[in-house]
Design a protein around this ligand. Structure first.
Ligand code: FAD
Length: 347
């Protein structure tokens, strides 16, 4: 008997954050004024806090600029909007070179770079597999047949696309090639909002979109932003760790929010390009720190694909500050943090 227990909640998928202002050390100065912006986008939510005093005109203008930046990325890189630049590209025939915008081209280039750095683990051409396993815009949540899997896998792999920097265009090797930027574009959206804030002179802020976070400067009481990372439990919110961040981004990927079960087997949204199937190792979540949120986002997905051993080896080779949380065989969680990640942990 198969049953579907689908947690397709795309809200803060892997990270709940609270701006933990308390600190148990010396008394803190009175908090400076902050302005908060929040809303919904990309099937999830965003929360932004800026340390600044803004009058109504400025805060309204900033709210519009932030929303405009997020909708801009949505309009370019969503696979959930039929009319996004990426969806139009995905429907086009293979063979000819197709010109794309500078932003989409740079995301495609960055994605191929991360693919090379992570031994093929991060692979945006897995889109047909993501969709067929039910983690894309359509909700068909049932495992594909072996034949289906083989035919979809044949459409994937970095050799399925070729980029031409001179004409800023992409060639798809065949019609069915379909790029999915969901593992990097939310991080890119966070970076874009950060650049909008800095262009207006705001240098102390925390930007969070669907669990991907970027911080700059200090929070309202003059200490690094305190960001909580949750334990990868299937339901509810349990604190795993708190990190103090300043001028760095944090992304967490996991297989405990976006999954379904069939006959007692769990299928999550992280697809192994090697097998064409959702990963099935015991890694529950990976948190990565990097100055660029787009890269933190992509590396977190890639390390989630690679699993606990290979993932940690690649993280060390790339000198990434990481935290891995794995399911132990005793039904508990085990945590492994790189030395460089531990330096960010605060109480
Ligand atoms: P991450 O680990 O960051 O990303 C996992 C996602 O990456 C998977 O969901 C899959 O899409 C992709 N992926 C899986 N395996 C690989 C791999 N090996 N290599 C590369 N990528 C892989 N969701 C909605 O429900 N409604 C929306 O309207 C919607 N709009 C979106 C618009 C944009 C611009 C983006 C970027 C995403 C949107 N999403 C939407 C998707 C939703 O936000 C995703 O679930 C989310 O981006 C996945 O992020 P994560 O942090 O949960 O997981």
């Amino acid at each position: 008997m198969s049953y579907w227990n689908t947690y397709k909640s795309v809200v803060l998928a892997t990270l709940f954050f609270s701006l933990l202002l308390t600190s148990c050390s010396a008394p803190l100065p009175p908090p400076k004024e902050t302005v908060a912006f929040e809303g919904g986008i990309m099937g999830t939510t965003y929360h932004i806090t800026v340390v600044a005093a803004m009058n109504d005109d400025v805060s309204t203008a900033m709210a519009e600029a932030i929303e405009g930046a997020l909708k801009h990325v949505d309009g370019k890189m969503s696979t959930y909007k039929d009319d996004s630049e990426l969806s139009v590209l995905n429907r086009m025939a293979g063979g000819a070179y197709i010109p794309v915008s500078g932003e989409v081209f740079s995301m495609l280039q960055l994605a191929l770079e991360v693919n090379r750095e992570t031994e093929g683990a991060f692979d945006i051409t897995v889109g047909p597999l993501v969709n067929r396993w039910g983690f894309g815009p359509d909700d068909k949540q049932e495992p594909p047949s072996d034949e289906e899997l083989a035919s979809l896998k044949a459409l994937c792999g970095p050799e399925a696309i070729t980029l031409d920097a001179l004409t800023q265009s992409i060639q798809k090797v065949s019609d069915g090639v379909y790029c999915d930027l969901s593992g990097i574009a939310k991080g890119y959206a966070v970076d874009l909002v950060a650049s909008v804030l800095e262009a207006k002179g705001f240098m102390n802020y925390m930007v969070e979109v669907g669990g991907e976070v970027r911080t700059a400067g200090l929070n309202s009481v003059g200490i690094p932003w305190k960001i909580a990372i949750e334990k990868p439990v299937d339901e509810g919110r349990v604190l795993q760790e708190v990190v103090g961040l300043s001028d760095i981004s944090l992304a967490t990927s996991g297989n405990y929010r976006n999954f379904y079960e069939v006959d007692g087997k769990r299928y999550s949204h992280t697809i192994s390009p090697a097998t064409g199937k959702p990963v099935d190792h015991n890694l529950a979540s990976v948190s990565v720190l990097h100055p660029r949120c787009a890269l933190a986002d992509a590396y977190a997905t890639a390390l989630m694909v690679l699993g606990p051993e290979k993932g940690m080896a690649v993280a060390e080779r790339l000198a990434l500050p990481v935290m891995f949380v794995t399911h132990s065989d005793k039904g508990t969680f085990e945590t492994r943090q790189s030395e460089s990640f531990r330096a960010y942990i605060v109480d």
